[in-house]
Write a protein that binds this ligand. Structure first.
Ligand code: MG
Ligand code: FE
Length: 171
């Protein structure tokens, strides 16, 4: 087995993860800024923004320790975001729900990335990176779980508000 190849992939995927977190921060910040009438959802998104910033820093630290650096290229995450823009729904009446759907989907994109990174870090024998990506993975899973649990409640709030107050339900 060529350890060099494994380590090159590990570095590359850490750079991808770093770009992914930057993209996540951008998405979550714009989402949180638009939510007005769903305080619980807004608070959760804001909490995950802080977590996301910390994740980006932890990944950067892994890269630096490994003697690598972050990439300016954000292709993978940018492509994904472009794909998600159809779901982001900023002009839609139910944009708060479309935003929640996009977030739930993005968390799973992150989960899959960190599952792969964990396997690669383990195979490379990089225990510190393994520990970092496992910890981040748990945070992404917790965010996905929160969204899963709260989507029905946000949906009910949206529908009730739509039925009584009209367009203020939008966000
Ligand atoms: Mg993240
Ligand atoms: Fe996340």
């Amino acid at each position: 087995m060529d350890n060099k190849v494994i380590n090159e992939y590990l570095d590359q995927w850490l750079r991808d993860a770093h770009a992914m977190e930057e993209q996540a921060e951008t998405m979550l910040t714009s989402q949180a800024g638009r939510i007005e009438n769903y305080p619980e959802l807004k608070a959760k998104v804001e909490q995950h923004i802080r977590e996301t910033q910390s994740q980006g820093q932890r990944i950067r630290t892994c890269l630096e320790r490994r003697g690598s650096s972050t990439s300016g290229a954000k292709d993978m995450a940018a492509k994904f975001t472009a794909m998600m823009q159809g779901l982001s729904g900023t002009v839609m009446a139910d944009e708060v729900l479309k935003g929640a759907m996009a977030s739930y989907t993005f968390e799973h994109f992150e989960i899959s990335a960190y599952r792969e990174l964990a396997a690669a870090a383990e195979l490379a024998g990089d225990a510190e990176t393994k520990q970092v990506v496992d910890a981040i993975l748990r945070e992404e899973q917790a965010m996905a779980d929160w969204l899963y649990e709260h989507l029905p409640q946000v949906t009910r709030q949206f529908l009730e508000r739509s039925a009584t107050e009209g367009s203020s339900a939008k966000r």
